[in-house]
Ligand binder design. Structure first.
Ligand SMILES: CC1=C(CCC(=O)O)c2cc3nc(cc4[nH]c(cc5[nH]c(cc1n2)c(C)c5CCC(=O)O)c(CCC(=O)O)c4C)C(CCC(=O)O)=C3C
Ligand SMILES: [Fe+2]
Length: 338
């Protein structure tokens, strides 16, 4: 039986000062072919919040909540902004930590949501050298009751804020990704979308079984000629309004906290779109530090130690502890980006 001596929270990272915004965006998009116009637009979104992304504070809160439920020390490191993962891994090494179990704040498979975090962990360990601790990433948790139930309650609560009557639909959202990345997600392809669809069905069944639902995409990046998953949430709201829908519950199941994509792309952009269409709009909360979500992390560690026959899960898609080598490969870089 494997014994862990630390729990590591791994996340995306975000700026916390106006001067951080451009260097942060440079870290996110290095070598990824995101056009400068898109970067300027996203920098603007951050500046609306004084250059402070909510994501780092959300990680601090989650870390603190996690510490209350375990004897293990809880560390935190990010892909794109301080505290950077390599610094955290060096700290763990200095503290004598040898076997780490890592919780990544993304529930799904795919390059951006899974493989890239594995690469980040490997790069951070390589930077520290042979004395770096071993780090095992926990499984995709898209169908864990501790993730599904808070989303389902949030759908119910958001729905209750809509005016009574009318024709209401649940609109689940996740970060759009290039269709080429979606095609190669998981060992057989399509895993990001398949898992999101499974989560959507589970959240719908538990939170609003009488309402029809859709899964659509938000926060598209990249150059315009590269195809990404569609429809975009804003276009979808227009189509629903044209079909006679009068109200929507928008549930961002693609995310675990109300970070910038949620508070800008949904609470601002999509809400404005809905208003202009005359649609009633209610955004469902993300898990954040819901006690069930916090307990889920500890349960995933238990699962990992006890073995995969002891999984708490609501879905049926294949799951594994360690991703097969070569699944969710990085996107091919165009010649202009090398
Ligand atoms: C699947 C996915 C998730 C969910 C899984 C996970 O959580 O990891 C996610 C989360 C997030 N994405 C975030 C921010 C950004 N993502 C960008 C760009 C991109 N995202 C992509 C995918 C995803 N992104 C992709 C394929 C790109 C294109 C460039 C590339 O191939 O990498 C850009 C560049 C500018 C732009 O948006 O164009 C920014 C600033 C933040 C932090 C928010 C905050 O600060 O509160 C979070 C949690
Ligand atoms: Fe992103």
């Amino acid at each position: 039986m494997k014994v862990y001596d630390a729990l590591l929270l791994v996340s995306f990272g975000g700026p916390e000062h106006p001067d951080d915004v451009l260097p942060f965006l440079a870290n996110v998009t290095r070598g990824r072919g995101v056009p400068p116009e898109r970067l300027a637009e996203v920098a603007e979104h951050y500046q609306h919040f004084g250059g402070v992304s909510p994501i780092n504070q959300q990680c601090r809160d989650l870390r603190q909540a996690l510490e209350r439920g375990t004897d293990l020390p809880v560390y935190w490191g990010n892909r794109n902004w301080h505290p950077m993962l390599a610094d955290t891994v060096a700290q763990m090494r200095d503290d004598g930590v040898e076997h780490v179990v890592a919780f990544v704040t993304s529930a799904y498979g795919g390059y951006s949501s899974c493989r890239q975090y594995l690469e980040d962990i490997a790069a951070a360990r390589a930077a520290v050298g042979p004395s770096a601790p071993e780090i095992d990433k926990l499984r995709h948790f898209h169908d864990h009751p501790g993730f599904v139930e808070p989303h389902a309650d949030a759908v119910r609560a958001a729905r209750a804020t809509l005016p009574p009557g009318g024709t209401v639909r649940v609109v689940f959202t996740a970060h759009s990704i290039p269709t080429s990345m979606a095609a190669t997600a998981g060992p057989e392809g399509g895993r990001y979308e398949a898992q999101l669809r499974e989560t959507a069905a589970l959240v719908s069944a538990a939170g609003a079984p009488d309402l029809p639902w859709d899964l659509v995409w938000q926060s598209r990046s990249g150059p315009p000629h590269v195809p990404w998953l569609e429809p975009d949430v804003n276009d979808h709201l227009a189509a629903l309004a044209a079909d006679g829908v009068t109200g929507v519950v928008v549930s961002p199941i693609g995310f675990v906290s109300d970070h910038l994509e949620v508070v800008w792309d949904l609470d601002n952009e999509a809400a404005t779109t809905a208003k202009s269409l005359g649609l009633d709009f209610a955004r469902a909360a993300t898990p954040g530090t819901d006690p069930r979500f916090v307990a889920m992390v500890h349960d995933l560690v238990r699962e990992r130690v006890e073995g995969s026959s002891r999984r708490s899960r609501l879905g049926t898609l294949p799951l594994w502890d360690a991703c097969p080598a070569g699944c969710c490969p990085p996107p091919r870089r165009g010649p202009s980006r090398e």
